[in-house]
Design a binder for this molecule. Structure first.
Ligand SMILES: Nc1ncnc2c1ncn2[C@@H]1O[C@H](COP(=O)(O)OP(=O)(O)O)[C@@H](O)[C@H]1O
Ligand SMILES: [Mg+2]
Length: 331
């Protein structure tokens, strides 16, 4: 299937300024040369620790922020350099759901007004038509009509996230960025919201970019996974392939944090890998491989040279020196 969204060599550097005149003293390399493609109707997951640049990728690909460099091809059109005026018709097709519905919903507006906002902004329908659409959307996200005129504080976390999802769907988008859509919710609610998102995807033919810090959340939900660290991709593969054959030491560390059910049939229990230290600052990212300072498999070359892309299986990419030499996976 053709890619609905294709991103190549995307960079987003935030300037660091100082003093009264805002002199530029450095930059935060939040996203540093990232490429991937999402086929229409599929879910592409972006996984990594906090601070790795996931949200910045999500906001940049829907052009909430302007990229420093790179191409963002949506349905065949390169949006990377578009100005706000040119973006307007595209805005309807690309939406985002944020992590924390308590801060993404205006506490002083009622549910009906919140969900109708995108329709108003785009000047769609009469007040009456908009209300009918809001009711339709409430039904779509399985929220009873009685909440139409409630304020967000009267809703549970899961219900608030349903309102945020309804708002994101108001304009019938084709592509939705889901930025940690369940991580602010209770565990029991998380599965329900994920099930809702899966049903909506199927019914409406949506394409998702799902952002998460947790591989176990994306395991049963995504078609492809990219593992990100300090602004760069470490590994990218179809979901089954990534879980069956994780290669990058960082991917393996993330996987080992997932609790496993131990049964007798299981020949190998994944080793428990604990990464030492915190993710370094993207202002002064480590030279060579950005992950080398925390890598348990590092070699001399890792602090000197940035690893090249290696494709161990079709569609499976890894950026790690362990594989550059002989092409053999580490044991
Ligand atoms: N508007 C901004 N200005 C300056 N730095 C930013 C801005 N937004 C994000 N950053 C920095 O970019 C890096 C990546 O942030 P983010 O994309 O939010 O990561 P993640 O979503 O993976 O936690 C962080 O170091 C963060 O502090
Ligand atoms: Mg984030």
């Amino acid at each position: 299937m053709a890619a609905l969204l294709s991103v190549s060599h995307l960079k987003k550097y935030f300037p660091i300024t100082a003093g009264f005149l805002g002199r530029r003293v450095g930059e935060v390399k939040a996203v540093d040369d990232v490429s991937f493609a999402i086929p229409e109707g599929k879910t592409f997951a972006l996984v990594g620790e906090s601070g790795s640049g996931k949200t910045t990728v999500g906001k940049t690909v829907i052009r909430l922020i302007r990229p420093t460099a790179g191409d963002i091809i949506f349905d065949g059109t390169n949006l990377s350099k578009f100005k706000e005026r040119d973006l307007k018709p595209w805005r309807r097709q690309m939406q985002i759901v944020f992590q924390d519905p308590t801060s993404s919903l205006n506490p002083r507006r009622r549910v009906a007004d919140i969900i109708a906002t995108p329709l108003e902004v785009h000047g769609i329908g009469t007040a009456r038509e908009r209300l009918a659409r809001v009711k339709e959307l409430l039904e779509l996200v399985e929220l009873p009509d009685k909440y139409l005129y409630s304020y967000p504080h009267a809703l549970s976390g899961g219900q608030k996230q349903r309102v945020a999802i309804a708002r994101a769907l108001a304009l019938n988008p084709r592509f939705v960025v889901l930025d940690e859509p369940t991580s602010a919710l209770d565990v029991s609610v998380q599965a329900k919201i994920l099930a809702l998102l899966a049903r909506l995807q199927k019914e409406l033919g949506l394409t998702y970019l799902l952002i998460s810090h947790d591989l176990s959340v994306v395991k049963n939900f995504s078609d492809h996974i990219a593992v990100m660290y300090l602004g760069k991709l470490m590994e990218m593969a179809p979901t089954q392939e990534l879980f069956a054959n994780p290669l990058h030491p960082y991917t393996r560390a993330l996987l080992s944090a997932i609790p496993v059910v131990i049964d007798e049939e299981l020949e190998m229990i994944p080793e428990r890998i604990t990464l030492e230290g915190e993710i370094p600052s993207p202002v002064n990212a480590p030279k060579g491989c950005v992950f080398h300072t925390r890598c348990y498999a590092r070699m001399d070359v890792c602090s000197l040279q940035e690893p090249q892309q290696w494709e161990p299986a079709p569609g499976h990419y890894v950026w790690c020196h362990l594989f550059a030499v002989g092409g053999d996976a580490p044991t």
